[in-house]
Write a protein that binds this ligand. Sequence first.
Ligand code: ADP
Ligand code: MG
Length: 595
Amino acid sequence: MADIISLLPDHVANQIAAGEVIQRPASVVKELLENAIDAKATQIQLLINGAGKTMIQVIDNGIGMSITDVRLAFERHATSKIKSADDLFSITSKGFRGEALASIAAIAQVEVHTKRAEDEMATCLKISGSKVEDQEVSVAPIGTSIAVKNLFYNVPARRNFLKSDKVELRHIIDEFHRVALTHPEVKFTFMQNGTELFDLPAVNFRKRIANIFGNKIEEKLIPVEEMTTVAGIEGFIVKPEFAKKSRGQQFFFVNKRFIKSPFLNHAVSSAFQGLLRDQFHPGYFIFIQIDPKTIDINIHPTKTEIKFEEEQNLYAIIKSMVKHSLGMFQVTPALDFERDPNLDTPYDFQQKPPSNIPSIEVDSSFNPFQNSEKGFPKASKSSWESLYSGLEIPNEPSKTDEELKLDIEQIPKVFQLLRKFIVTTTRSGLLVIDQQRAHQRVLYEKFLSSITKRDMVSQQLIFPKEIELTQHQIALFGELEANLNAMGFVVKQQENLLHITGIPAICDDKKLGQLFEDIFSTPDAQEQVASFSQADYMAKILSKSLSIKGNFTLTVVEQQALVDDLFACKDTLTSPFNRKIFITLDKEELEKKLD
Ligand code: ADP
Ligand code: MG
Protein backbone atom coordinates (compact mmCIF):
# COMPACT_ATOMS: atom_id res chain seq x y z
CA MET A 1 0.00 0.00 0.00
CA ALA A 2 1.29 3.42 -0.90
CA ASP A 3 2.22 5.97 1.77
CA ILE A 4 -0.75 8.10 2.62
CA ILE A 5 0.70 11.00 4.62
CA SER A 6 1.61 14.17 2.73
CA LEU A 7 2.54 17.65 3.90
CA LEU A 8 -0.08 20.28 3.33
CA PRO A 9 0.94 22.88 0.77
CA ASP A 10 1.98 26.14 2.43
CA HIS A 11 -0.97 28.18 1.29
CA VAL A 12 -3.38 25.60 2.73
CA ALA A 13 -1.50 25.48 6.04
CA ASN A 14 -1.54 29.27 6.14
CA GLN A 15 -5.26 29.38 5.48
CA ILE A 16 -5.93 26.97 8.28
CA ALA A 17 -3.68 28.84 10.68
CA ALA A 18 -5.27 32.11 9.62
CA GLY A 19 -8.61 30.88 10.86
CA GLU A 20 -7.26 30.95 14.40
CA VAL A 21 -6.14 34.54 14.31
CA ILE A 22 -8.64 36.08 11.93
CA GLN A 23 -12.24 35.17 12.60
CA ARG A 24 -13.93 38.21 11.18
CA PRO A 25 -13.20 41.70 9.85
CA ALA A 26 -12.91 42.99 13.42
CA SER A 27 -9.93 40.67 14.02
CA VAL A 28 -8.09 42.31 11.12
CA VAL A 29 -8.91 45.74 12.50
CA LYS A 30 -7.55 44.77 15.90
CA GLU A 31 -4.28 43.40 14.48
CA LEU A 32 -3.66 46.34 12.17
CA LEU A 33 -4.44 48.94 14.82
CA GLU A 34 -2.17 47.20 17.30
CA ASN A 35 0.65 47.01 14.78
CA ALA A 36 0.31 50.75 14.20
CA ILE A 37 0.52 51.38 17.94
CA ASP A 38 3.56 49.11 18.19
CA ALA A 39 5.11 51.14 15.37
CA LYS A 40 4.79 54.21 17.64
CA ALA A 41 2.25 55.99 15.49
CA THR A 42 0.70 59.17 16.89
CA GLN A 43 -2.02 59.34 14.26
CA ILE A 44 -4.00 56.38 13.04
CA GLN A 45 -6.72 56.33 10.44
CA LEU A 46 -9.13 53.44 10.08
CA LEU A 47 -11.10 53.18 6.84
CA ILE A 48 -13.75 50.54 6.39
CA ASN A 49 -15.91 49.64 3.43
CA GLY A 50 -18.76 47.17 3.52
CA ALA A 51 -18.36 46.47 7.23
CA GLY A 52 -14.83 45.34 6.53
CA LYS A 53 -15.88 42.61 4.14
CA THR A 54 -14.89 44.73 1.14
CA MET A 55 -12.00 46.72 2.55
CA ILE A 56 -10.17 47.51 5.75
CA GLN A 57 -7.39 50.05 5.66
CA VAL A 58 -5.19 51.33 8.47
CA ILE A 59 -2.89 54.26 7.83
CA ASP A 60 -0.34 55.21 10.46
CA ASN A 61 2.51 57.68 10.81
CA GLY A 62 4.72 55.19 12.64
CA ILE A 63 8.26 53.99 12.02
CA GLY A 64 7.55 52.21 8.75
CA MET A 65 9.41 49.20 7.38
CA SER A 66 12.46 48.67 5.21
CA ILE A 67 12.22 46.96 1.82
CA THR A 68 13.36 43.65 3.29
CA ASP A 69 11.30 43.94 6.45
CA VAL A 70 8.06 44.52 4.67
CA ARG A 71 8.58 41.30 2.77
CA LEU A 72 9.53 39.40 5.94
CA ALA A 73 6.64 40.82 7.88
CA PHE A 74 4.30 38.55 5.93
CA GLU A 75 6.16 35.36 6.74
CA ARG A 76 4.77 33.24 9.53
CA HIS A 77 6.56 33.81 12.86
CA ALA A 78 8.18 36.93 11.49
CA THR A 79 8.30 39.51 14.24
CA SER A 80 10.54 42.35 15.26
CA LYS A 81 9.21 42.25 18.79
CA ILE A 82 10.84 39.26 20.44
CA LYS A 83 14.02 37.38 19.72
CA SER A 84 13.81 34.54 22.21
CA ALA A 85 11.29 32.85 24.46
CA ASP A 86 12.73 34.76 27.42
CA ASP A 87 11.57 38.00 25.90
CA LEU A 88 8.04 36.73 26.40
CA PHE A 89 8.26 37.78 30.02
CA SER A 90 8.99 41.39 29.35
CA ILE A 91 6.70 42.13 26.49
CA THR A 92 5.41 45.63 26.22
CA SER A 93 4.23 45.47 22.62
CA LYS A 94 0.79 44.33 21.50
CA GLY A 95 1.90 41.66 19.09
CA PHE A 96 4.78 39.26 19.35
CA ARG A 97 3.77 36.05 17.67
CA GLY A 98 4.44 37.31 14.19
CA GLU A 99 1.32 35.68 12.85
CA ALA A 100 -1.15 38.41 12.08
CA LEU A 101 0.13 39.71 8.77
CA ALA A 102 0.90 36.20 7.47
CA SER A 103 -2.60 35.13 8.39
CA ILE A 104 -4.28 38.14 6.85
CA ALA A 105 -2.31 37.77 3.62
CA ALA A 106 -3.37 34.12 3.37
CA ILE A 107 -7.05 34.96 3.14
CA ALA A 108 -7.26 38.38 1.53
CA GLN A 109 -5.77 40.72 -1.03
CA VAL A 110 -3.30 42.99 0.74
CA GLU A 111 -1.63 46.14 -0.42
CA VAL A 112 1.03 47.81 1.74
CA HIS A 113 2.73 51.14 1.37
CA THR A 114 5.46 51.83 3.87
CA LYS A 115 8.30 54.29 4.33
CA ARG A 116 10.84 54.84 7.08
CA ALA A 117 12.12 58.31 7.92
CA GLU A 118 15.62 57.40 6.73
CA ASP A 119 14.50 56.06 3.34
CA GLU A 120 14.21 58.14 0.24
CA MET A 121 11.39 56.15 -1.31
CA ALA A 122 8.48 54.11 -0.04
CA THR A 123 7.85 50.46 -0.85
CA CYS A 124 4.63 49.04 -2.20
CA LEU A 125 3.93 45.35 -1.74
CA LYS A 126 0.92 43.41 -3.03
CA ILE A 127 0.07 39.94 -1.75
CA SER A 128 -3.03 37.81 -2.29
CA GLY A 129 -3.62 34.40 -0.84
CA SER A 130 -0.04 34.32 0.53
CA LYS A 131 1.39 34.95 -2.96
CA VAL A 132 3.50 38.04 -3.55
CA GLU A 133 2.08 39.61 -6.69
CA ASP A 134 4.14 42.73 -6.88
CA GLN A 135 6.76 44.72 -5.00
CA GLU A 136 7.90 48.10 -6.24
CA VAL A 137 9.17 51.47 -5.21
CA SER A 138 6.42 53.97 -4.50
CA VAL A 139 5.77 57.41 -3.15
CA ALA A 140 4.16 57.62 0.27
CA PRO A 141 4.50 59.57 3.52
CA ILE A 142 6.46 58.20 6.47
CA GLY A 143 4.57 55.40 8.12
CA THR A 144 2.59 52.45 6.91
CA SER A 145 -0.69 51.98 5.12
CA ILE A 146 -2.10 48.48 4.90
CA ALA A 147 -5.25 47.82 2.89
CA VAL A 148 -6.95 44.46 3.23
CA LYS A 149 -9.47 43.74 0.50
CA ASN A 150 -12.06 41.00 0.03
CA LEU A 151 -11.46 39.16 3.25
CA PHE A 152 -11.93 35.38 2.93
CA TYR A 153 -12.23 35.75 -0.85
CA ASN A 154 -10.54 32.36 -1.20
CA VAL A 155 -12.30 30.69 1.74
CA PRO A 156 -15.97 30.92 0.77
CA ALA A 157 -17.07 28.82 3.72
CA ARG A 158 -15.71 31.41 6.12
CA ARG A 159 -17.01 34.31 4.09
CA ASN A 160 -20.50 32.87 4.19
CA PHE A 161 -20.18 32.47 7.91
CA LEU A 162 -19.87 36.21 8.44
CA LYS A 163 -22.83 38.00 10.00
CA SER A 164 -24.77 40.94 8.60
CA ASP A 165 -22.92 44.18 7.93
CA LYS A 166 -24.41 45.76 11.02
CA VAL A 167 -23.21 42.99 13.26
CA GLU A 168 -19.72 42.92 11.75
CA LEU A 169 -19.52 46.69 12.00
CA ARG A 170 -20.40 46.54 15.65
CA HIS A 171 -17.60 44.08 16.27
CA ILE A 172 -15.25 46.47 14.51
CA ILE A 173 -16.46 49.37 16.62
CA ASP A 174 -15.87 47.28 19.75
CA GLU A 175 -12.27 46.60 18.77
CA PHE A 176 -11.78 50.22 17.82
CA HIS A 177 -13.06 51.34 21.24
CA ARG A 178 -10.69 49.01 23.04
CA VAL A 179 -7.61 50.24 21.21
CA ALA A 180 -8.68 53.89 21.27
CA LEU A 181 -9.36 53.79 25.01
CA THR A 182 -5.95 52.30 25.69
CA HIS A 183 -4.18 55.03 23.74
CA PRO A 184 -5.79 58.41 24.33
CA GLU A 185 -2.48 60.04 23.40
CA VAL A 186 -2.92 58.80 19.84
CA LYS A 187 -5.25 60.57 17.42
CA PHE A 188 -7.72 58.21 15.76
CA THR A 189 -10.17 58.66 12.96
CA PHE A 190 -12.60 56.08 11.73
CA MET A 191 -14.44 56.31 8.41
CA GLN A 192 -17.02 53.80 7.30
CA ASN A 193 -18.11 53.88 3.64
CA GLY A 194 -16.84 57.43 3.39
CA THR A 195 -18.68 58.66 6.49
CA GLU A 196 -16.83 59.63 9.61
CA LEU A 197 -17.84 57.55 12.61
CA PHE A 198 -15.19 58.80 15.03
CA ASP A 199 -12.70 61.61 15.13
CA LEU A 200 -10.80 61.27 18.36
CA PRO A 201 -8.16 63.90 19.00
CA ALA A 202 -5.18 63.14 21.19
CA VAL A 203 -6.43 63.90 24.71
CA ASN A 204 -6.36 62.48 28.20
CA PHE A 205 -8.14 59.31 29.20
CA ARG A 206 -11.18 60.99 30.70
CA LYS A 207 -11.79 63.05 27.56
CA ARG A 208 -11.24 60.00 25.38
CA ILE A 209 -14.01 58.19 27.24
CA ALA A 210 -16.25 61.21 26.68
CA ASN A 211 -15.34 61.44 23.01
CA ILE A 212 -16.29 57.83 22.52
CA PHE A 213 -19.33 57.43 24.73
CA GLY A 214 -20.81 60.91 24.54
CA ASN A 215 -19.99 64.06 26.49
CA LYS A 216 -22.67 63.38 29.04
CA ILE A 217 -20.70 60.51 30.48
CA GLU A 218 -17.95 62.79 31.69
CA GLU A 219 -19.83 64.10 34.68
CA LYS A 220 -20.83 60.57 35.59
CA LEU A 221 -17.26 59.38 36.04
CA ILE A 222 -15.69 58.87 39.43
CA PRO A 223 -11.91 58.39 39.50
CA VAL A 224 -10.45 55.30 41.15
CA GLU A 225 -6.83 54.75 42.05
CA GLU A 226 -4.78 52.37 44.13
CA MET A 227 -1.04 51.81 44.12
CA THR A 228 0.09 48.61 45.80
CA THR A 229 2.97 46.21 45.51
CA VAL A 230 0.72 43.79 43.67
CA ALA A 231 -0.37 46.22 41.00
CA GLY A 232 -0.94 49.84 40.15
CA ILE A 233 -4.55 50.51 39.35
CA GLU A 234 -6.30 53.59 38.05
CA GLY A 235 -9.25 54.61 36.01
CA PHE A 236 -12.89 55.53 36.37
CA ILE A 237 -16.11 54.01 37.51
CA VAL A 238 -19.51 55.24 36.36
CA LYS A 239 -21.89 56.55 39.03
CA PRO A 240 -24.35 53.82 40.01
CA GLU A 241 -27.43 55.76 38.92
CA PHE A 242 -26.08 55.67 35.38
CA ALA A 243 -25.49 51.94 35.35
CA LYS A 244 -26.64 50.16 32.22
CA LYS A 245 -28.38 46.96 31.45
CA SER A 246 -25.69 46.12 28.96
CA ARG A 247 -22.07 45.46 29.74
CA GLY A 248 -20.98 47.85 27.01
CA GLN A 249 -19.12 50.11 29.43
CA GLN A 250 -17.01 47.56 31.25
CA PHE A 251 -13.34 47.73 30.45
CA PHE A 252 -10.36 46.19 32.15
CA PHE A 253 -6.95 46.80 30.65
CA VAL A 254 -3.94 44.93 31.91
CA ASN A 255 -0.63 46.42 30.87
CA LYS A 256 -2.51 48.32 28.19
CA ARG A 257 -4.23 45.28 26.81
CA PHE A 258 -8.01 44.91 26.90
CA ILE A 259 -8.97 41.81 28.85
CA LYS A 260 -12.16 40.11 29.96
CA SER A 261 -12.22 38.93 33.53
CA PRO A 262 -15.46 37.71 35.05
CA PHE A 263 -13.54 37.38 38.29
CA LEU A 264 -12.42 41.01 38.51
CA ASN A 265 -15.76 42.14 37.15
CA HIS A 266 -17.26 40.44 40.16
CA ALA A 267 -14.96 42.44 42.41
CA VAL A 268 -16.30 45.70 40.99
CA SER A 269 -19.92 44.54 40.98
CA SER A 270 -19.74 43.44 44.58
CA ALA A 271 -18.43 46.88 45.57
CA PHE A 272 -21.53 48.33 43.94
CA GLN A 273 -23.76 45.97 45.87
CA GLY A 274 -26.92 47.60 47.09
CA LEU A 275 -26.45 50.55 44.78
CA LEU A 276 -27.70 48.99 41.59
CA ARG A 277 -31.10 47.94 40.49
CA ASP A 278 -31.66 44.36 39.45
CA GLN A 279 -30.01 43.40 36.16
CA PHE A 280 -28.05 46.62 35.94
CA HIS A 281 -24.32 46.47 35.50
CA PRO A 282 -21.75 48.94 36.75
CA GLY A 283 -19.70 50.83 34.18
CA TYR A 284 -15.95 51.00 34.63
CA PHE A 285 -12.74 51.78 32.80
CA ILE A 286 -9.92 50.32 34.86
CA PHE A 287 -6.24 50.10 34.00
CA ILE A 288 -4.06 47.62 35.82
CA GLN A 289 -0.29 47.86 35.61
CA ILE A 290 1.23 44.65 36.81
CA ASP A 291 4.54 42.84 36.62
CA PRO A 292 4.27 40.68 33.47
CA LYS A 293 5.99 37.88 35.39
CA THR A 294 2.94 37.55 37.60
CA ILE A 295 0.46 37.05 34.80
CA ASP A 296 0.06 34.27 32.30
CA ILE A 297 0.81 35.94 29.02
CA ASN A 298 1.18 32.72 27.14
CA ILE A 299 -2.23 33.27 25.76
CA HIS A 300 -3.69 33.01 22.33
CA PRO A 301 -3.53 36.41 20.61
CA THR A 302 -7.24 36.56 19.97
CA LYS A 303 -8.14 35.46 23.46
CA THR A 304 -8.77 38.18 25.96
CA GLU A 305 -8.72 36.05 29.10
CA ILE A 306 -5.79 36.29 31.46
CA LYS A 307 -4.53 34.51 34.56
CA PHE A 308 -3.14 36.39 37.56
CA GLU A 309 -0.81 34.89 40.12
CA GLU A 310 -2.23 37.10 42.84
CA GLU A 311 -5.81 36.77 41.83
CA GLN A 312 -7.30 36.91 45.33
CA ASN A 313 -5.29 39.94 46.36
CA LEU A 314 -6.16 41.76 43.20
CA TYR A 315 -9.83 41.03 43.79
CA ALA A 316 -9.69 42.47 47.29
CA ILE A 317 -7.74 45.53 46.18
CA ILE A 318 -10.16 46.36 43.38
CA LYS A 319 -13.20 45.84 45.53
CA SER A 320 -11.99 48.08 48.31
CA MET A 321 -10.73 50.68 45.84
CA VAL A 322 -14.13 50.95 44.18
CA LYS A 323 -15.94 51.00 47.53
CA HIS A 324 -13.67 53.71 48.75
CA SER A 325 -14.32 55.91 45.72
CA LEU A 326 -18.05 55.37 45.92
CA GLY A 327 -17.91 56.47 49.53
CA MET A 328 -15.65 59.45 48.88
CA PHE A 329 -17.90 60.79 46.23
CA GLN A 330 -20.88 60.23 48.48
CA VAL A 331 -22.75 58.22 46.02
CA THR A 332 -25.89 57.09 47.74
CA PRO A 333 -28.65 55.07 46.21
CA ALA A 334 -31.07 57.23 44.30
CA LEU A 335 -34.31 57.60 46.16
CA ASP A 336 -36.53 56.25 43.47
CA PHE A 337 -35.07 52.75 43.34
CA GLU A 338 -38.04 51.54 45.31
CA ARG A 339 -40.52 53.86 43.73
CA ASP A 340 -44.11 53.34 44.70
CA PRO A 341 -45.59 51.62 41.65
CA ASN A 342 -48.93 53.28 42.40
CA LEU A 343 -47.47 56.62 41.45
CA ASP A 344 -47.01 55.39 37.93
CA THR A 345 -49.86 56.04 35.61
CA PRO A 346 -51.53 52.70 35.23
CA TYR A 347 -51.89 50.96 31.95
CA ASP A 348 -54.57 52.70 30.04
CA PHE A 349 -57.35 50.23 29.81
CA GLN A 350 -59.79 52.86 28.69
CA GLN A 351 -58.19 52.93 25.29
CA LYS A 352 -58.60 49.29 24.66
CA PRO A 353 -60.84 48.28 21.77
CA PRO A 354 -64.36 47.05 22.59
CA SER A 355 -64.61 43.77 24.36
CA ASN A 356 -63.38 40.57 22.86
CA ILE A 357 -64.76 37.10 22.67
CA PRO A 358 -63.32 34.89 25.36
CA SER A 359 -62.00 31.64 24.09
CA ILE A 360 -62.48 29.85 27.35
CA GLU A 361 -65.71 29.63 29.18
CA VAL A 362 -66.02 32.45 31.60
CA ASP A 363 -69.32 32.21 33.36
CA SER A 364 -70.68 35.65 32.79
CA SER A 365 -73.83 34.94 34.68
CA PHE A 366 -71.98 33.98 37.80
CA ASN A 367 -72.84 36.05 40.82
CA PRO A 368 -71.97 34.86 44.27
CA PHE A 369 -74.94 36.69 45.70
CA GLN A 370 -77.50 35.21 43.38
CA ASN A 371 -77.62 31.71 44.70
CA SER A 372 -80.74 32.41 46.68
CA GLU A 373 -84.04 33.06 45.01
CA LYS A 374 -85.13 35.03 48.06
CA GLY A 375 -82.72 37.81 47.54
CA PHE A 376 -79.63 38.50 49.46
CA PRO A 377 -78.53 35.65 51.71
CA LYS A 378 -77.64 37.55 54.84
CA ALA A 379 -75.93 34.65 56.52
CA SER A 380 -73.20 34.36 53.95
CA LYS A 381 -72.79 38.04 53.38
CA SER A 382 -70.01 38.69 55.80
CA SER A 383 -67.80 35.96 54.46
CA TRP A 384 -68.12 37.23 50.93
CA GLU A 385 -67.60 40.68 52.18
CA SER A 386 -64.27 39.80 53.64
CA LEU A 387 -63.22 38.11 50.47
CA TYR A 388 -63.97 41.28 48.58
CA SER A 389 -62.49 43.54 51.19
CA GLY A 390 -60.58 46.27 49.50
CA LEU A 391 -63.14 46.55 46.77
CA GLU A 392 -66.02 48.87 47.31
CA ILE A 393 -69.08 46.81 47.74
CA PRO A 394 -72.25 48.73 48.28
CA ASN A 395 -73.40 47.70 51.65
CA GLU A 396 -75.70 50.26 53.25
CA PRO A 397 -78.23 48.52 55.42
CA SER A 398 -80.87 51.12 54.69
CA LYS A 399 -81.32 49.98 51.13
CA THR A 400 -84.26 47.89 50.11
CA ASP A 401 -83.71 44.38 48.90
CA GLU A 402 -84.53 45.44 45.41
CA GLU A 403 -81.95 48.25 45.48
CA LEU A 404 -79.44 45.90 46.96
CA LYS A 405 -80.02 43.43 44.23
CA LEU A 406 -79.40 46.12 41.66
CA ASP A 407 -76.17 47.09 43.35
CA ILE A 408 -75.15 43.51 43.56
CA GLU A 409 -75.50 43.18 39.82
CA GLN A 410 -72.67 45.69 39.68
CA ILE A 411 -70.50 43.50 41.83
CA PRO A 412 -67.54 42.38 39.81
CA LYS A 413 -67.05 38.88 38.61
CA VAL A 414 -63.36 39.50 39.11
CA PHE A 415 -61.31 40.62 42.03
CA GLN A 416 -57.71 41.24 42.78
CA LEU A 417 -55.84 39.12 45.28
CA LEU A 418 -52.71 40.40 47.03
CA ARG A 419 -52.38 43.08 44.33
CA LYS A 420 -50.81 40.41 42.16
CA PHE A 421 -53.46 37.99 41.00
CA ILE A 422 -56.81 38.39 39.41
CA VAL A 423 -59.37 35.86 40.44
CA THR A 424 -62.32 35.14 38.26
CA THR A 425 -64.79 32.34 37.85
CA THR A 426 -65.56 29.86 35.18
CA ARG A 427 -68.53 27.58 34.86
CA SER A 428 -66.62 24.82 36.55
CA GLY A 429 -64.68 26.70 39.18
CA LEU A 430 -62.10 29.34 39.81
CA LEU A 431 -59.34 30.94 37.77
CA VAL A 432 -56.31 32.61 39.36
CA ILE A 433 -54.45 34.80 36.88
CA ASP A 434 -50.98 36.30 37.31
CA GLN A 435 -51.68 39.90 36.33
CA GLN A 436 -48.17 40.70 35.13
CA ARG A 437 -47.84 37.66 32.90
CA ALA A 438 -51.34 38.13 31.54
CA HIS A 439 -50.58 41.71 30.68
CA GLN A 440 -47.30 40.73 29.05
CA ARG A 441 -49.14 38.26 26.85
CA VAL A 442 -51.74 40.86 25.85
CA LEU A 443 -49.12 43.48 25.03
CA TYR A 444 -46.91 41.00 23.25
CA GLU A 445 -49.66 39.94 20.87
CA LYS A 446 -50.75 43.53 20.32
CA PHE A 447 -47.26 44.63 19.40
CA LEU A 448 -46.59 41.60 17.30
CA SER A 449 -49.75 42.14 15.30
CA SER A 450 -49.10 45.87 14.98
CA ILE A 451 -45.68 45.11 13.55
CA THR A 452 -47.23 42.91 10.92
CA LYS A 453 -50.31 44.99 10.26
CA ARG A 454 -48.58 48.35 10.82
CA ASP A 455 -51.69 49.75 12.42
CA MET A 456 -50.61 50.93 15.83
CA VAL A 457 -52.07 54.19 17.08
CA SER A 458 -49.57 56.81 18.23
CA GLN A 459 -49.99 59.50 20.84
CA GLN A 460 -48.00 62.66 20.51
CA LEU A 461 -45.68 63.55 23.36
CA ILE A 462 -46.23 66.99 24.87
CA PHE A 463 -42.60 67.05 25.86
CA PRO A 464 -40.62 65.29 23.15
CA LYS A 465 -37.81 63.22 24.58
CA GLU A 466 -34.21 63.03 23.55
CA ILE A 467 -31.99 60.07 24.12
CA GLU A 468 -28.27 60.05 23.53
CA LEU A 469 -27.06 57.07 21.57
CA THR A 470 -23.67 55.42 21.35
CA GLN A 471 -22.32 54.40 17.94
CA HIS A 472 -23.47 50.90 18.72
CA GLN A 473 -26.95 52.02 19.46
CA ILE A 474 -27.11 54.13 16.33
CA ALA A 475 -26.35 51.07 14.27
CA LEU A 476 -28.90 49.07 16.23
CA PHE A 477 -31.46 51.80 15.80
CA GLY A 478 -30.98 51.66 12.03
CA GLU A 479 -32.15 48.08 12.10
CA LEU A 480 -35.01 48.66 14.47
CA GLU A 481 -36.40 51.85 12.98
CA ALA A 482 -39.01 50.30 10.70
CA ASN A 483 -40.45 48.14 13.43
CA LEU A 484 -40.42 50.95 15.96
CA ASN A 485 -42.47 53.03 13.54
CA ALA A 486 -44.85 50.18 12.96
CA MET A 487 -45.39 49.89 16.68
CA GLY A 488 -46.40 53.52 16.94
CA PHE A 489 -43.16 55.23 17.88
CA VAL A 490 -42.41 58.48 16.08
CA VAL A 491 -38.65 58.70 16.27
CA LYS A 492 -35.96 60.49 14.38
CA GLN A 493 -32.25 59.99 14.70
CA GLN A 494 -29.92 62.92 14.22
CA GLU A 495 -26.31 62.07 14.69
CA ASN A 496 -26.09 60.61 18.16
CA LEU A 497 -29.46 61.87 19.35
CA LEU A 498 -32.75 60.10 19.16
CA HIS A 499 -35.76 62.43 19.12
CA ILE A 500 -38.95 60.80 20.29
CA THR A 501 -42.07 62.77 19.49
CA GLY A 502 -44.70 60.06 19.52
CA ILE A 503 -45.23 56.78 21.29
CA PRO A 504 -47.75 53.96 21.02
CA ALA A 505 -51.06 54.87 22.59
CA ILE A 506 -50.74 52.02 25.04
CA CYS A 507 -47.32 53.14 26.17
CA ASP A 508 -46.76 55.17 29.31
CA ASP A 509 -44.33 58.01 28.63
CA LYS A 510 -42.92 57.75 32.13
CA LYS A 511 -41.53 54.39 31.20
CA LEU A 512 -39.98 55.65 28.02
CA GLY A 513 -36.42 56.06 29.23
CA GLN A 514 -36.42 52.61 30.73
CA LEU A 515 -38.00 51.20 27.63
CA PHE A 516 -35.30 52.47 25.30
CA GLU A 517 -32.68 51.40 27.76
CA ASP A 518 -34.17 47.91 27.56
CA ILE A 519 -34.45 47.93 23.79
CA PHE A 520 -30.85 48.93 23.27
CA SER A 521 -29.17 47.21 26.13
CA THR A 522 -30.37 43.65 26.22
CA PRO A 523 -27.15 41.63 26.13
CA ASP A 524 -27.97 39.68 23.00
CA ALA A 525 -29.88 42.47 21.28
CA GLN A 526 -27.46 42.59 18.39
CA GLU A 527 -27.78 38.95 17.51
CA GLN A 528 -31.53 38.98 18.03
CA VAL A 529 -32.06 42.05 15.95
CA ALA A 530 -29.96 40.73 13.13
CA SER A 531 -31.94 37.52 13.03
CA PHE A 532 -35.37 36.92 11.58
CA SER A 533 -36.92 37.15 15.00
CA GLN A 534 -36.60 40.90 15.34
CA ALA A 535 -40.36 41.41 15.57
CA ASP A 536 -40.60 38.80 18.27
CA TYR A 537 -37.69 40.35 20.13
CA MET A 538 -39.18 43.84 19.99
CA ALA A 539 -42.61 42.67 21.06
CA LYS A 540 -41.06 40.81 23.96
CA ILE A 541 -39.00 43.74 25.17
CA LEU A 542 -41.93 46.11 24.95
CA SER A 543 -44.29 43.74 26.66
CA LYS A 544 -41.81 43.29 29.46
CA SER A 545 -41.08 46.96 29.98
CA LEU A 546 -44.62 48.19 29.68
CA SER A 547 -46.52 45.52 31.52
CA ILE A 548 -48.04 46.17 34.90
CA LYS A 549 -46.11 44.45 37.63
CA GLY A 550 -47.13 42.52 40.71
CA ASN A 551 -47.89 44.63 43.77
CA PHE A 552 -49.99 46.96 41.67
CA THR A 553 -53.59 47.83 42.35
CA LEU A 554 -56.05 47.58 39.48
CA THR A 555 -59.57 48.89 39.44
CA VAL A 556 -62.34 46.42 38.83
CA VAL A 557 -62.79 47.79 35.33
CA GLU A 558 -59.12 47.28 34.64
CA GLN A 559 -59.19 43.79 36.05
CA GLN A 560 -62.11 42.82 33.86
CA ALA A 561 -60.52 44.40 30.81
CA LEU A 562 -57.34 42.46 31.40
CA VAL A 563 -59.22 39.19 31.71
CA ASP A 564 -61.15 39.93 28.53
CA ASP A 565 -58.00 40.91 26.68
CA LEU A 566 -56.16 37.84 27.86
CA PHE A 567 -58.80 35.46 26.63
CA ALA A 568 -58.85 37.18 23.28
CA CYS A 569 -55.21 36.25 22.82
CA LYS A 570 -54.01 33.49 20.54
CA ASP A 571 -52.11 31.89 23.36
CA THR A 572 -53.71 32.33 26.73
CA LEU A 573 -51.70 29.76 28.60
CA THR A 574 -48.16 31.12 28.75
CA SER A 575 -46.49 34.50 28.91
CA PRO A 576 -44.10 35.54 26.10
CA PHE A 577 -41.38 34.30 28.42
CA ASN A 578 -42.94 30.90 28.71
CA ARG A 579 -44.38 31.22 32.19
CA LYS A 580 -47.78 29.88 33.16
CA ILE A 581 -50.34 32.69 33.18
CA PHE A 582 -53.10 31.20 35.29
CA ILE A 583 -54.18 28.17 37.23
CA THR A 584 -57.66 26.78 37.56
CA LEU A 585 -59.39 25.27 40.53
CA ASP A 586 -62.41 23.31 39.40
CA LYS A 587 -65.28 21.82 41.29
CA GLU A 588 -63.71 18.39 41.68
CA GLU A 589 -60.48 19.77 43.02
CA LEU A 590 -62.31 22.00 45.44
CA GLU A 591 -64.47 19.09 46.61
CA LYS A 592 -61.43 16.94 47.01
CA LYS A 593 -59.63 19.54 49.06
CA LEU A 594 -62.68 20.01 51.25
CA ASP A 595 -63.18 16.32 51.74
P1 ADP B 1 3.68 40.84 15.42
O1 ADP B 1 2.92 42.09 15.59
O2 ADP B 1 3.20 39.76 16.35
O3 ADP B 1 5.13 41.04 15.47
P2 ADP B 1 2.60 40.90 12.77
O4 ADP B 1 2.37 39.82 11.79
O5 ADP B 1 1.43 41.64 13.24
O6 ADP B 1 3.36 40.24 13.99
O7 ADP B 1 3.67 41.90 12.21
C1 ADP B 1 4.91 41.42 11.81
C2 ADP B 1 5.95 42.51 11.86
O8 ADP B 1 5.68 43.46 10.86
C3 ADP B 1 5.97 43.29 13.15
O9 ADP B 1 6.76 42.66 14.15
C4 ADP B 1 6.56 44.62 12.71
O10 ADP B 1 7.96 44.56 12.70
C5 ADP B 1 6.10 44.74 11.26
N1 ADP B 1 4.93 45.62 11.15
C6 ADP B 1 3.65 45.25 11.05
N2 ADP B 1 2.83 46.33 10.95
C7 ADP B 1 3.62 47.41 10.99
C8 ADP B 1 3.37 48.83 10.91
N3 ADP B 1 2.13 49.33 10.81
N4 ADP B 1 4.45 49.65 10.97
C9 ADP B 1 5.71 49.16 11.09
N5 ADP B 1 5.98 47.84 11.15
C10 ADP B 1 4.97 46.97 11.11
MG1 MG C 1 0.93 42.40 15.19
